[in-house]
Write a protein that binds this ligand. Structure first.
Ligand code: ZN
Ligand code: ZN
Length: 362
Protein backbone atom coordinates (compact mmCIF):
# COMPACT_ATOMS: atom_id res chain seq x y z
CA UNK A 1 0.00 0.00 0.00
CA UNK A 2 1.17 3.49 -0.85
CA UNK A 3 2.38 5.20 2.36
CA UNK A 4 0.60 8.40 1.43
CA UNK A 5 -2.76 6.66 1.94
CA UNK A 6 -2.02 6.69 5.69
CA UNK A 7 -1.45 10.45 5.60
CA UNK A 8 -4.70 10.96 3.68
CA UNK A 9 -6.58 8.81 6.23
CA UNK A 10 -5.29 11.05 9.05
CA UNK A 11 -6.66 13.99 7.11
CA UNK A 12 -10.00 12.18 6.78
CA UNK A 13 -10.25 11.86 10.56
CA UNK A 14 -8.97 15.39 11.20
CA UNK A 15 -11.62 16.85 8.92
CA UNK A 16 -14.34 14.50 10.14
CA UNK A 17 -15.07 13.14 6.64
CA UNK A 18 -16.31 9.71 5.50
CA UNK A 19 -14.42 9.80 2.25
CA UNK A 20 -11.95 11.75 0.14
CA UNK A 21 -12.25 11.75 -3.65
CA UNK A 22 -9.17 12.75 -5.69
CA UNK A 23 -8.98 13.42 -9.43
CA UNK A 24 -6.32 16.13 -9.87
CA UNK A 25 -3.67 14.05 -11.71
CA UNK A 26 -0.79 14.80 -9.31
CA UNK A 27 -2.91 14.15 -6.22
CA UNK A 28 -4.26 10.95 -7.75
CA UNK A 29 -0.70 9.81 -8.44
CA UNK A 30 0.42 10.83 -4.95
CA UNK A 31 -2.29 8.69 -3.37
CA UNK A 32 -2.29 5.67 -5.68
CA UNK A 33 0.82 5.60 -7.90
CA UNK A 34 -1.41 5.78 -11.03
CA UNK A 35 0.29 7.64 -13.90
CA UNK A 36 -2.53 7.56 -16.44
CA UNK A 37 -4.76 10.45 -17.40
CA UNK A 38 -8.24 9.38 -16.20
CA UNK A 39 -9.47 8.02 -12.91
CA UNK A 40 -10.66 8.74 -9.38
CA UNK A 41 -9.16 7.75 -6.06
CA UNK A 42 -11.65 7.17 -3.25
CA UNK A 43 -10.24 6.75 0.25
CA UNK A 44 -12.47 5.97 3.22
CA UNK A 45 -11.55 4.73 6.68
CA UNK A 46 -11.65 1.11 5.51
CA UNK A 47 -11.50 1.19 1.69
CA UNK A 48 -9.11 2.34 -1.02
CA UNK A 49 -10.76 2.35 -4.44
CA UNK A 50 -9.41 3.31 -7.85
CA UNK A 51 -12.22 4.06 -10.26
CA UNK A 52 -11.51 4.33 -13.97
CA UNK A 53 -12.75 3.30 -17.40
CA UNK A 54 -11.95 0.24 -19.50
CA UNK A 55 -8.82 1.78 -21.07
CA UNK A 56 -6.97 2.02 -17.76
CA UNK A 57 -8.10 -1.07 -15.85
CA UNK A 58 -4.96 -3.10 -16.62
CA UNK A 59 -2.61 -0.20 -15.85
CA UNK A 60 -4.40 0.59 -12.59
CA UNK A 61 -4.25 -3.05 -11.52
CA UNK A 62 -0.45 -2.97 -11.90
CA UNK A 63 0.18 0.52 -10.47
CA UNK A 64 -2.36 0.96 -7.68
CA UNK A 65 -1.12 -1.54 -5.11
CA UNK A 66 -3.67 -2.31 -2.40
CA UNK A 67 -6.52 -0.58 -4.23
CA UNK A 68 -9.77 -2.17 -5.30
CA UNK A 69 -10.09 -1.38 -9.03
CA UNK A 70 -13.59 -0.43 -10.16
CA UNK A 71 -14.62 0.03 -13.78
CA UNK A 72 -16.99 2.80 -14.78
CA UNK A 73 -18.13 3.76 -18.27
CA UNK A 74 -21.02 2.32 -20.21
CA UNK A 75 -23.34 1.28 -17.42
CA UNK A 76 -21.91 2.73 -14.25
CA UNK A 77 -20.88 6.29 -13.38
CA UNK A 78 -18.71 7.79 -10.67
CA UNK A 79 -21.80 8.96 -8.79
CA UNK A 80 -23.16 5.36 -8.80
CA UNK A 81 -19.95 4.18 -7.14
CA UNK A 82 -20.09 7.01 -4.60
CA UNK A 83 -23.73 6.27 -3.78
CA UNK A 84 -22.90 2.58 -3.23
CA UNK A 85 -20.32 3.69 -0.67
CA UNK A 86 -22.99 5.55 1.36
CA UNK A 87 -20.87 8.54 2.33
CA UNK A 88 -22.38 11.28 4.44
CA UNK A 89 -19.48 13.71 4.09
CA UNK A 90 -17.26 13.55 1.00
CA UNK A 91 -14.16 15.75 0.63
CA UNK A 92 -13.52 16.92 -2.95
CA UNK A 93 -10.91 19.06 -4.72
CA UNK A 94 -13.01 22.15 -5.31
CA UNK A 95 -10.29 23.89 -7.34
CA UNK A 96 -10.13 21.02 -9.76
CA UNK A 97 -13.80 20.21 -10.21
CA UNK A 98 -15.58 21.40 -13.33
CA UNK A 99 -18.89 23.23 -13.12
CA UNK A 100 -20.48 20.22 -14.85
CA UNK A 101 -19.16 17.82 -12.20
CA UNK A 102 -20.37 20.11 -9.47
CA UNK A 103 -23.90 20.09 -10.89
CA UNK A 104 -23.80 16.32 -11.38
CA UNK A 105 -22.60 15.65 -7.82
CA UNK A 106 -25.19 17.98 -6.31
CA UNK A 107 -27.98 16.37 -8.36
CA UNK A 108 -27.05 12.73 -7.95
CA UNK A 109 -25.49 12.52 -4.49
CA UNK A 110 -28.59 13.49 -2.59
CA UNK A 111 -27.50 11.91 0.70
CA UNK A 112 -23.92 13.18 0.64
CA UNK A 113 -22.55 16.53 1.80
CA UNK A 114 -19.85 17.71 -0.60
CA UNK A 115 -17.08 19.37 1.41
CA UNK A 116 -14.19 21.32 -0.14
CA UNK A 117 -10.74 19.96 0.85
CA UNK A 118 -9.29 23.50 0.74
CA UNK A 119 -5.94 22.41 -0.66
CA UNK A 120 -5.31 19.87 2.13
CA UNK A 121 -3.67 17.33 -0.21
CA UNK A 122 -1.41 20.05 -1.65
CA UNK A 123 -0.32 20.84 1.91
CA UNK A 124 0.45 17.16 2.55
CA UNK A 125 2.47 17.02 -0.65
CA UNK A 126 4.65 19.97 0.41
CA UNK A 127 6.66 17.75 2.80
CA UNK A 128 8.44 15.05 0.84
CA UNK A 129 9.32 11.46 1.81
CA UNK A 130 12.94 10.25 1.35
CA UNK A 131 11.86 8.43 -1.78
CA UNK A 132 10.28 11.55 -3.28
CA UNK A 133 13.46 13.48 -2.46
CA UNK A 134 15.55 10.85 -4.27
CA UNK A 135 13.50 11.35 -7.43
CA UNK A 136 13.82 15.15 -7.24
CA UNK A 137 17.57 14.81 -6.67
CA UNK A 138 17.90 12.60 -9.74
CA UNK A 139 15.99 15.17 -11.83
CA UNK A 140 18.28 17.90 -10.45
CA UNK A 141 21.39 15.86 -11.29
CA UNK A 142 20.21 15.45 -14.89
CA UNK A 143 19.66 19.25 -15.09
CA UNK A 144 23.17 19.92 -13.75
CA UNK A 145 24.63 17.62 -16.39
CA UNK A 146 22.51 19.35 -19.03
CA UNK A 147 23.87 22.78 -18.05
CA UNK A 148 27.43 21.51 -18.29
CA UNK A 149 26.62 20.11 -21.73
CA UNK A 150 24.84 23.18 -23.02
CA UNK A 151 27.68 25.54 -22.05
CA UNK A 152 29.82 23.67 -24.56
CA UNK A 153 27.08 23.82 -27.16
CA UNK A 154 26.13 27.51 -27.13
CA UNK A 155 27.84 29.58 -29.79
CA UNK A 156 27.07 32.76 -31.75
CA UNK A 157 24.64 32.20 -34.62
CA UNK A 158 22.46 29.58 -32.93
CA UNK A 159 18.86 30.53 -32.21
CA UNK A 160 17.42 30.20 -28.71
CA UNK A 161 15.19 27.34 -29.87
CA UNK A 162 18.28 25.32 -30.93
CA UNK A 163 19.57 25.64 -27.38
CA UNK A 164 16.22 24.65 -25.84
CA UNK A 165 15.96 21.64 -28.14
CA UNK A 166 19.48 20.49 -27.28
CA UNK A 167 18.68 20.82 -23.55
CA UNK A 168 15.56 18.69 -23.97
CA UNK A 169 17.27 16.07 -26.12
CA UNK A 170 20.14 15.78 -23.64
CA UNK A 171 17.90 15.45 -20.57
CA UNK A 172 15.60 12.91 -22.18
CA UNK A 173 18.57 10.80 -23.27
CA UNK A 174 19.69 10.82 -19.64
CA UNK A 175 16.40 9.35 -18.46
CA UNK A 176 14.11 12.34 -18.00
CA UNK A 177 10.52 11.47 -18.95
CA UNK A 178 9.75 15.03 -20.02
CA UNK A 179 10.55 18.67 -19.28
CA UNK A 180 9.21 20.27 -16.08
CA UNK A 181 8.09 23.21 -18.30
CA UNK A 182 9.00 24.77 -21.65
CA UNK A 183 12.66 25.76 -21.21
CA UNK A 184 13.38 29.45 -20.85
CA UNK A 185 16.26 30.55 -23.07
CA UNK A 186 16.19 34.34 -23.10
CA UNK A 187 19.16 36.13 -24.62
CA UNK A 188 20.25 39.75 -24.97
CA UNK A 189 17.47 42.23 -24.21
CA UNK A 190 14.96 39.32 -24.16
CA UNK A 191 16.52 38.27 -20.84
CA UNK A 192 14.47 41.01 -19.21
CA UNK A 193 11.43 38.76 -19.79
CA UNK A 194 11.27 36.67 -16.61
CA UNK A 195 9.43 33.92 -18.49
CA UNK A 196 10.89 34.35 -21.96
CA UNK A 197 10.52 30.88 -23.46
CA UNK A 198 12.98 30.14 -26.23
CA UNK A 199 12.30 32.07 -29.46
CA UNK A 200 13.88 32.26 -32.91
CA UNK A 201 16.23 35.06 -31.78
CA UNK A 202 19.86 34.49 -32.75
CA UNK A 203 22.35 34.55 -29.86
CA UNK A 204 25.24 36.96 -30.31
CA UNK A 205 28.51 37.84 -28.62
CA UNK A 206 27.84 40.12 -25.65
CA UNK A 207 24.43 38.56 -24.98
CA UNK A 208 23.48 37.72 -21.46
CA UNK A 209 21.51 34.44 -21.60
CA UNK A 210 19.04 33.25 -18.96
CA UNK A 211 18.65 29.48 -18.96
CA UNK A 212 15.77 28.31 -16.76
CA UNK A 213 14.86 24.67 -17.18
CA UNK A 214 14.15 21.39 -15.47
CA UNK A 215 13.08 17.84 -16.13
CA UNK A 216 10.80 15.20 -14.67
CA UNK A 217 12.12 11.93 -13.24
CA UNK A 218 9.64 9.32 -11.98
CA UNK A 219 7.00 12.04 -11.87
CA UNK A 220 9.11 14.53 -9.88
CA UNK A 221 10.37 17.86 -11.20
CA UNK A 222 13.61 19.80 -11.05
CA UNK A 223 13.96 23.54 -11.67
CA UNK A 224 17.14 25.62 -11.97
CA UNK A 225 18.22 28.91 -13.53
CA UNK A 226 21.67 30.05 -14.50
CA UNK A 227 22.52 33.26 -16.34
CA UNK A 228 25.63 33.25 -18.52
CA UNK A 229 27.33 35.70 -20.89
CA UNK A 230 28.37 34.80 -24.41
CA UNK A 231 31.74 36.52 -24.60
CA UNK A 232 32.69 38.94 -21.84
CA UNK A 233 30.25 40.62 -19.45
CA UNK A 234 30.24 44.41 -19.41
CA UNK A 235 30.36 46.38 -16.16
CA UNK A 236 26.61 46.79 -15.81
CA UNK A 237 25.95 43.10 -16.47
CA UNK A 238 28.53 42.27 -13.80
CA UNK A 239 27.03 44.72 -11.32
CA UNK A 240 23.54 43.27 -11.69
CA UNK A 241 24.82 39.72 -11.56
CA UNK A 242 26.67 40.40 -8.31
CA UNK A 243 23.59 41.92 -6.64
CA UNK A 244 21.37 38.99 -7.65
CA UNK A 245 24.00 36.50 -6.50
CA UNK A 246 24.34 38.22 -3.13
CA UNK A 247 20.55 38.25 -2.67
CA UNK A 248 20.34 34.59 -3.71
CA UNK A 249 23.13 33.41 -1.39
CA UNK A 250 21.90 35.41 1.59
CA UNK A 251 18.33 34.08 1.31
CA UNK A 252 19.63 30.55 0.71
CA UNK A 253 21.79 30.64 3.83
CA UNK A 254 18.73 31.65 5.87
CA UNK A 255 16.77 28.52 4.88
CA UNK A 256 16.01 26.41 7.96
CA UNK A 257 12.96 24.88 9.66
CA UNK A 258 10.70 27.55 11.16
CA UNK A 259 11.47 30.44 8.79
CA UNK A 260 8.54 31.41 6.54
CA UNK A 261 8.51 31.93 2.79
CA UNK A 262 7.67 35.60 3.35
CA UNK A 263 10.73 36.05 5.59
CA UNK A 264 12.98 34.43 2.98
CA UNK A 265 11.45 36.62 0.28
CA UNK A 266 12.11 39.80 2.23
CA UNK A 267 15.75 38.87 2.92
CA UNK A 268 16.48 38.76 -0.82
CA UNK A 269 14.18 41.69 -1.63
CA UNK A 270 15.86 43.99 0.91
CA UNK A 271 19.25 43.42 -0.70
CA UNK A 272 17.92 44.18 -4.17
CA UNK A 273 15.96 47.21 -2.84
CA UNK A 274 19.02 48.58 -1.04
CA UNK A 275 21.02 48.30 -4.27
CA UNK A 276 18.45 50.50 -6.04
CA UNK A 277 16.95 47.79 -8.25
CA UNK A 278 13.85 46.95 -6.18
CA UNK A 279 11.43 47.96 -8.93
CA UNK A 280 13.05 45.42 -11.27
CA UNK A 281 12.39 42.38 -9.03
CA UNK A 282 8.67 41.95 -9.62
CA UNK A 283 8.09 38.27 -8.81
CA UNK A 284 8.21 36.16 -5.66
CA UNK A 285 11.46 34.63 -4.43
CA UNK A 286 10.54 31.03 -5.16
CA UNK A 287 8.07 28.16 -4.84
CA UNK A 288 7.77 24.56 -3.74
CA UNK A 289 8.68 21.81 -6.23
CA UNK A 290 7.53 18.18 -6.41
CA UNK A 291 5.06 16.34 -8.63
CA UNK A 292 4.32 19.83 -9.97
CA UNK A 293 7.00 22.39 -10.73
CA UNK A 294 5.03 25.06 -8.88
CA UNK A 295 3.45 23.82 -5.68
CA UNK A 296 3.31 24.58 -1.96
CA UNK A 297 4.88 26.00 0.13
CA UNK A 298 4.63 29.61 -1.04
CA UNK A 299 7.98 31.40 -1.05
CA UNK A 300 6.74 34.95 -1.55
CA UNK A 301 5.14 37.81 0.40
CA UNK A 302 2.11 35.57 1.11
CA UNK A 303 4.18 32.64 2.40
CA UNK A 304 3.13 32.45 6.04
CA UNK A 305 3.85 28.72 6.49
CA UNK A 306 7.02 27.89 8.48
CA UNK A 307 9.51 25.71 6.60
CA UNK A 308 9.66 22.03 7.63
CA UNK A 309 12.33 19.40 7.02
CA UNK A 310 11.47 17.59 3.76
CA UNK A 311 10.13 20.63 1.94
CA UNK A 312 11.74 21.25 -1.46
CA UNK A 313 11.77 24.88 -2.60
CA UNK A 314 13.48 27.21 -5.03
CA UNK A 315 15.36 30.40 -4.21
CA UNK A 316 15.38 32.53 -7.38
CA UNK A 317 15.75 36.29 -7.13
CA UNK A 318 16.17 38.28 -10.33
CA UNK A 319 16.58 41.76 -11.75
CA UNK A 320 14.95 42.53 -15.12
CA UNK A 321 15.61 45.84 -16.83
CA UNK A 322 13.55 46.50 -19.98
CA UNK A 323 15.64 47.11 -23.12
CA UNK A 324 18.78 46.06 -21.28
CA UNK A 325 18.39 42.52 -19.99
CA UNK A 326 18.00 40.50 -16.86
CA UNK A 327 19.68 38.12 -14.46
CA UNK A 328 18.08 35.35 -12.44
CA UNK A 329 19.86 32.72 -10.34
CA UNK A 330 17.77 29.80 -9.08
CA UNK A 331 18.67 26.89 -6.87
CA UNK A 332 16.58 23.89 -5.91
CA UNK A 333 16.84 23.46 -2.15
CA UNK A 334 15.85 20.79 0.39
CA UNK A 335 14.95 21.99 3.88
CA UNK A 336 16.76 19.72 6.38
CA UNK A 337 16.59 19.28 10.18
CA UNK A 338 19.37 21.78 10.73
CA UNK A 339 19.19 24.02 7.67
CA UNK A 340 19.23 23.19 3.99
CA UNK A 341 20.90 21.17 1.26
CA UNK A 342 21.23 22.53 -2.28
CA UNK A 343 20.09 19.98 -4.87
CA UNK A 344 21.18 21.98 -7.95
CA UNK A 345 24.95 21.79 -7.83
CA UNK A 346 26.02 23.87 -10.85
CA UNK A 347 28.35 26.79 -10.14
CA UNK A 348 26.83 30.20 -9.50
CA UNK A 349 29.94 32.20 -10.38
CA UNK A 350 29.32 34.34 -13.45
CA UNK A 351 30.11 32.16 -16.44
CA UNK A 352 31.66 34.14 -19.30
CA UNK A 353 33.91 32.92 -22.07
CA UNK A 354 31.86 29.86 -22.88
CA UNK A 355 34.03 27.04 -24.20
CA UNK A 356 33.47 27.94 -27.85
CA UNK A 357 35.61 31.06 -27.52
CA UNK A 358 38.58 29.47 -25.82
CA UNK A 359 40.26 29.34 -29.23
CA UNK A 360 39.04 32.61 -30.67
CA UNK A 361 39.48 36.22 -29.81
CA UNK A 362 36.43 37.97 -28.38
ZN1 ZN B 1 12.97 27.95 -12.89
ZN1 ZN C 1 11.32 28.21 -10.35
Amino acid sequence: MNKNVGKIRSLLKGKNLDGILLYKPENRRYASGFTGSTGYVLITETDTKFITDFRYIEQATVQCKGFEIIEIGNTKTITDVLNESTLLKLGVEEDFMTYGQSIEFTDKLADTDIIPLEGAILKLRSVKTPNEIKNIEKAADISDEALEHILGFIKPGLVELDIALELEFFMRKRGAERLSFDSIVASGTRSSLPHGVASDKIVEIGDIITLDFGCVYNGYCSDMTRTVVLGRADDRQKEIYDIVLRAQKTALEAVRPGITGAELDSIARNIIDDSGYGQYFGHGLGHGVGLEVHELPRINAHGDVPMEPGMVITIEPGIYIPNFGGVRIEDLVLVTEDGYRVLSKSTKSLIENLRYNMNIQV
